[in-house]
Design a binder for this molecule. Structure first.
Ligand code: TYD
Ligand code: MG
Length: 453
């Protein structure tokens, strides 16, 4: 029988029996690659069931295991991981090349050695001299991290087994790793899966925490970290705009903690430093308040986060006007523009519309609608919004403003940062005790009236 061929999408991991130019599941072009379907040889082991028959079953009410965690030395990282790194867990750190993954992990490795733990750092991308140079720049040259430039999985596993069991082992990056058990080039889906699988087995067996770096790639030459997301315990993405100094670490999946928390870091010339009050930083270098600028009181995880929304509306020289969004959902902007047209009579069909969230952060909350509407109307009319005011509330298709969660936290954060007025949904359950003036808004047309008056 000829070997069975399967094809897999690098982006979403969808498996098909036929090659296609475009993935039918996620719609990405040129992301489908051939996968060799031969079973991965797991070094001479039979499955447990075939060796000793039935397995021992347990009840929910069994002995509780208290999860011990390694303190990472970064409060922001502890928050995102849910209290620190769990021994025996596998963590994937994804992100664009150059975003600062190696920097973060080098700093983390050094922090962990302070409590006497053994830390191994395998660099497949950079020579040891380069990693040492980075460590010197970060001022952690003396940290007893054990370093090697290695890409062969078998050599890495053998090193991990030797001597004292390491607490943490960092693989930078999974796309450079290769195993002899499969015949495929490093960076292919087959290699990624086989090497990750072996690393996770080793982590569970020895109780060593493994951090795997995965580059997010757009060109499809190497497989992206998406194809191994389901195998690991925790998936963290490191994101940020190129050129902006803020970096946001976001948990996409976490078997040992929350997934909605973010950690905010700042890239300095001496490495990454934590930002414990992100709102202050995101609003600190604000320009003079002008038309098209509104402050949104958002929530990321359990923390309030105030950010500045900037909108620009200009007559379009082309038949089809441009709509561009940075840091928010494009279709949400289109929806708001339609609602503004239908319910307020503000027609932007012949205008280019740009919406940007300052500082390079991505917002997923629908609560941003009211702030976006305020910024857009202000940009369109050229009238500046009231000074020291902030906005939050979700818009419905009727133009009504709906209630959002965490009202009190948002208001308290605004109060702390010196805001005087908050525009918020009218149907509040109860009024929080804050000194900030609350202006209830029940329909987006009220914002238009407020601006024009
Ligand atoms: P790096 O950690 O190598 O990114 P990744 O591993 O995600 O590809 O670092 C990326 C950038 O950070 C690099 O362009 C240089 C910059 N950088 C600083 O600004 N300050 C520093 O202290 C270090 C070490 C790097
Ligand atoms: Mg790197």
């Amino acid at each position: 029988m000829p070997p069975k061929r399967t094809y897999i999408c690098d982006d979403c991991g969808n498996v098909t029996s036929q090659w296609a130019g475009k993935c039918t599941a996620c719609g990405t072009w040129n992301s489908i690659v051939e996968e060799h379907a031969e079973p991965i040889a797991v070094t001479g082991q039979k499955s447990k069931a075939s060796r000793r028959g039935a397995i021992q079953l347990e009840s929910f009410d069994g002995k509780e295991q208290i999860i011990k965690r390694y303190e990472t030395g970064f409060d922001e990282l502890n928050l995102v991981t849910g209290g620190g790194l769990v021994p025996g867990s596998a963590v994937l750190v994804g992100g664009d090349p150059g975003i600062g993954k190696s920097t973060l992990l080098t700093q983390l490795a050094a922090n962990l050695t302070k409590s006497g733990e053994r830390v191994l750092y395998f660099s497949g991308e950079e020579a040891t001299a380069q990693v040492r140079l980075r460590a010197a720049r970060l001022g952690i040259k003396k940290a007893p991290v054990e370093l090697a430039a290695e890409t062969n999985l078998e050599a890495i596993l053998a090193t991990m087994k030797e001597g004292k069991t390491p607490a943490l082992c960092i693989i930078d990056s999974i796309q450079t790793l290769w195993t002899e058990t499969v015949e495929a080039a490093p960076g292919t889906v087959t290699q990624l899966r086989a090497t990750t699988h072996a690393l996770i087995r080793q982590a569970k067996k020895t109780n060593c925490c493994i951090i795997i770096v995965g580059h997010v790639t757009k060109d499809g030459a190497i497989a992206g970290p998406k194809v191994i997301e389901h195998m690991v315990d925790t998936v963290l993405y490191f994101e940020g705009e190129r050129g902006a100094q803020f970096r946001i670490l976001r948990a996409q999946k976490n078997r040992f903690g929350p997934t909605d928390e973010i950690g905010v870091f700042e890239m300095r010339d001496t490495g990454l430093s934590e930002v414990s009050n992100p709102s202050e930083l995101f609003l600190s270098d604000r320009d003079e308040q002008g038309p098209g600028m509104a402050v949104f009181a958002g929530i990321e995880g359990t923390r309030p986060l105030l950010v500045e929304i900037q909108a620009l509306v200009a007559p379009s020289p082309f038949g089809t006007p441009r709509r561009a969004v940075i840091g928010w959902d494009n279709s949400r902007l289109n929806m708001l523009l339609a609602v503004m047209e239908a319910r307020c009579g503000i027609v932007l069909g012949k205008h280019d519309v740009y919406l940007n969230i300052a500082g390079g952060i991505k917002i997923n909350e629908p609560a941003m609608d009211l702030a976006a509407v305020a910024a857009l109307i202000s940009a369109f009319t050229g009238a500046t919004l009231p000074k020291e005011s902030m906005f939050f509330g979700e818009a419905s298709l009727s133009g009504g403003i709906r209630r959002v969660s965490y009202m009190a936290q948002r208001l308290r954060e605004g109060e702390k940062l010196g805001f005087k007025k908050a525009y918020l949904p009218a149907n509040m359950n109860e009024k929080p005790k804050v000194s900030i003036a609350c202006q209830p808004v029940s329909h987006i047309s009220e914002i238009a009236k407020m601006i024009s008056s």
